[in-house]
Design a protein around this ligand. Structure first.
Ligand code: ZN
Length: 340
């Protein structure tokens, strides 16, 4: 089969479109013919080099496709069904997994991170990861959903308990996770202030439901939040940008507010005044992906049309390099998709 693999870490030029052996199907697995796979920042980080990655490696966490074959032990699925994959791997038997907290499993990982992912014509997946999708949902839309929506849902709902009337500052409303966050906040009738770096992305953030927008290159985020909220500031700040915005994010919180983060795309180190943290009784919450419960909850709202996949642009798998470059330059609004 054809796949895009990396044999060494580096720039987009290390992505190789080549022939690789088709995955061997275990009796408890499902073989999926991949129709669409979405890019995530994780793909860029893996390409540049992360510990634990065995080379050559196939990226790809968000996969949709059709079932090509089912293992002998699988009785409730059949070839031809349209499906998407939960973008996570976990042991399934430890106390964390069996209590529904898969992202606390010692073996928890993102699909396509420590194992081969979906930048290929076929992928073998465990039964638990496979979810049939309705005909109305295109393969591109299905692939655009899982990782960013599960991540945003876990942050806002499971970690921060977002509620009606909350002011939520969503950093990077044009990113995959940001565009998911805006919609989830509106599902809970929260008030959304979204930031973005250009007018087109600000306008699209408004279309997704953002009540207020801030241009994070031209305006001071915390000053704008102060004006918008009448000095009340935010209940929740939704972070994934990191170093570039951390100080403004902290300053945008009301006393007792929560900053939740799932990433640091502009850099991992930030400093802050500890007195500010305790005197204002802030909470800093880390969040990594989500649980199978979050996944099924999110997909229910996608299937009912209350949450919508945001597809930026799709590329043939052989053009993975151009797709990586688009994400790397932040040219996208929503998800960049590859079609094998
Ligand atoms: Zn486990």
């Amino acid at each position: 089969m054809k796949a895009v693999r990396i044999h060494e870490f580096g720039g987009p030029e290390v992505l190789r479109f080549e022939d690789v052996p088709q995955p061997q199907l275990r009796k408890d697995q499902v073989l999926v013919k991949v129709q669409a796979v979405a890019l995530n920042h994780l793909d860029l980080f893996i390409r540049k080099g992360l510990p634990g990655i065995k080379l050559p490696h196939i990226n790809g966490s968000d996969v949709s496709g059709t079932i090509a074959e089912v293992g002998e032990y699988i009785t409730d699925l059949k070839p031809g069904q349209r499906v998407l994959l939960a973008p996570m791997t976990f042991c399934g038997v430890c106390p964390a997994c069996t209590s529904g907290q898969q992202n606390l499993c010692p073996q928890f990982s993102v699909l396509g991170y420590l194992n081969d992912g979906g930048n290929a014509e076929y992928i073998a997946a465990s039964r638990v990861n496979v979810l049939p999708i309705p005909d109305e949902l295109t393969y591109d839309e299905a692939a655009a959903v899982p990782l960013v929506f599960v991540t945003a849902w876990h942050m806002l709902v499971s970690r921060c308990h977002v509620k009606p009337g909350d002011f939520v500052l969503v950093l990077g409303g044009g990113s995959g996770v940001g565009s998911a966050a805006i919609q989830i906040c509106k599902l809970f009738n929260a008030q959304v202030i979204a930031t973005a770096g250009d007018e087109a992305k600000l306008e699209k953030s408004r279309e997704l439901g953002a009540d207020y927008v801030i241009n994070h290159y031209q305006q001071k985020i915390a000053d704008e939040v102060k004006k918008i909220t009448g000095k009340a500031m935010c209940d929740i700040v939704f972070e994934h940008v990191g170093k570039a915005t951390w100080t403004e994010s902290m300053k945008s919180l009301k006393p007792g507010g929560s900053l939740v983060t799932c990433g640091a795309t502009t850099g991992p180190e930030a400093s802050f005044d500890i007195r500010f943290l305790f005197a204002r009784q802030l909470s800093f919450l880390g969040s990594f992906m989500g649980t199978m419960g979050d996944f099924h909850e999110v997909m229910k709202h996608i299937f009912s049309g209350k949450l919508k996949a945001v597809v930026d642009k799709s590329f043939p798998l052989r053009d993975a390099r151009a797709a990586h470059e688009r994400l790397e330059k932040s040219e996208q609004f929503g998800k960049v998709i590859l079609n094998p």
